[in-house]
Design a protein. Structure first.
Length: 398
């Protein structure tokens, strides 16, 4: 299968006059999502009412869509399920992994990890009490820190700030060699580059669907449990839909079979309907093609910015092999520069303290977008157009 990126671009709503380089934070609207969600609201919810759970297949959506995501992340069929938020799925995976590795009480992560993952890990350690603790080291020191006193290695494969890529296979192999289980956060990987959870031997993985997978703001997260653990992993959040027989209304919890036990609460049907429309696009896509085009777009952007904006410094790895599908540059006035860009129709985002972040999403990003974004950024930098009070006032979301 060869991916036709002109065809996939036509399947998204992209506002006129906007160059959108923030799909690594929130993917744009698939055109078919409007009709798909409307059908869910009017024909399913509206006409079927509660019968939709059976007649429209609502109850099966988390597993059905999980299998479609599994193809993009190298996961086995029946090993991925959707629902809840990414932070909840991080908590679930960590708690299960810790219980599968009794006698060890250290969660190892890195200082570049997304803060919410670290907050959830720290909160879990505090809840468990005793000697449970979270240890963080610089990203480049992770391999050395994997020792036989660590219970779980929890890493985000792609650094949310710089796009730096961890070597999943190598770090998982090193972890397993000393009895450590792994939890991989794929928030900036799923849909961005090929992932091979099964081939790498990952134990658990989690990720969100509202970035590269385009399910919309607040879209549900997913969790992967390796089949070898699926019948042993005990869900710390033992919600009723993770029960073996939810509608038996048994007062005693019995975990469901395999990945089903990682379900917690009622699935977000409207968001899953939007994701379904996006997955219809992803079914047409080869991840190797996505990766090749992503690297070409990113490298064109880096070359252009470095040639025309000398006061910006590259924060991402220069080597595309160890970079995800985003490029970040540093500048002390990064926030104001990004606001000036947004005012001119180039949408990226800012990450404290000084990072301008740009996502390259081949399903809809073109080389013309790259060229246009570089030209506008160069003009802003050459004229100090960012140096205005309205661009320096921080909004709640950056």
């Amino acid at each position: 299968m060869t991916t036709d990126f002109a065809a996939t671009r036509a399947l998204f709503h992209l506002p006129e006059g906007v160059i959108y380089l923030d799909g690594n934070s929130l993917g744009p609207l698939p055109r078919a999502a409007c009709a798909r969600v409307e059908r869910t609201i009017t024909q399913e919810w509206g006409d079927l009412l509660i019968r939709g759970w059976n007649s429209a297949g609502w109850m099966d959506m988390p597993a059905r869509l999980g299998d479609r995501i599994a193809r993009l992340i190298g996961a086995e069929a029946g090993s991925v399920v959707l629902g809840d938020t990414l932070s909840i799925k991080v908590y679930q995976a960590l708690a299960s992994a810790l219980e599968l590795n009794p006698g060890r009480k250290v969660i190892l992560s890195d200082t570049g990890n997304f803060p919410s993952d670290l907050y959830m890990a720290d909160g879990l350690c505090r809840t468990l009490g005793g000697d449970y603790r979270l240890v963080t080291v610089p990203p480049e020191d992770v391999a050395e820190a994997i020792t036989d006193d660590v219970a779980v290695l929890m890493l985000t494969e792609i650094d949310y700030r710089t796009g730096r890529k961890h070597d999943m296979a190598a770090l998982t192999a090193k972890a397993h060699a000393v009895g450590v289980l792994t939890v991989w956060d794929l928030a900036h990987s799923a849909g961005a580059l090929p992932v091979d959870l099964s081939g790498a031997g990952a134990d658990f993985a989690v990720g969100c669907t509202y970035k590269y997978l385009n399910s919309g703001p607040g879209g549900p997260a997913f969790i992967y449990v390796a089949p070898r653990h699926a019948e042993k992993a005990r869900p710390a959040l033992s919600g009723w839909l993770g029960h073996e027989a939810p509608f038996a209304f048994d007062l005693a919890y019995r975990p469901g079979a395999g990945i089903e036990r990682m379900r917690v609460g009622t699935p977000p049907v409207l968001q899953l309907a939007a994701l379904e429309a996006s997955m219809d696009i992803w079914d047409q896509v080869d991840m190797a093609d996505v990766r090749a085009r992503s690297l070409a777009l990113s490298e064109a952007f880096i070359t252009g910015v470095e040639a025309r904006c000398p006061t910006l410094s590259l924060a991402s790895p220069r080597d595309g092999a160890v970079r995800g599908s985003q490029v970040s540059f540093r500048h002390p006035e990064g926030y104001a520069i990004m606001q000036a860009l947004i005012a001119r129709g180039v949408i990226g985002d800012f990450r404290a303290p000084d990072i301008l972040r740009f996502g390259f999403t081949p399903l809809y990003t073109t080389f013309d977008d790259v060229e246009g974004a570089v030209a506008i950024l160069a003009e802003i930098m050459a004229t100090d157009a960012w140096d205005r009070p309205e661009f320096k006032t921080r909004a709640r979301v950056t």
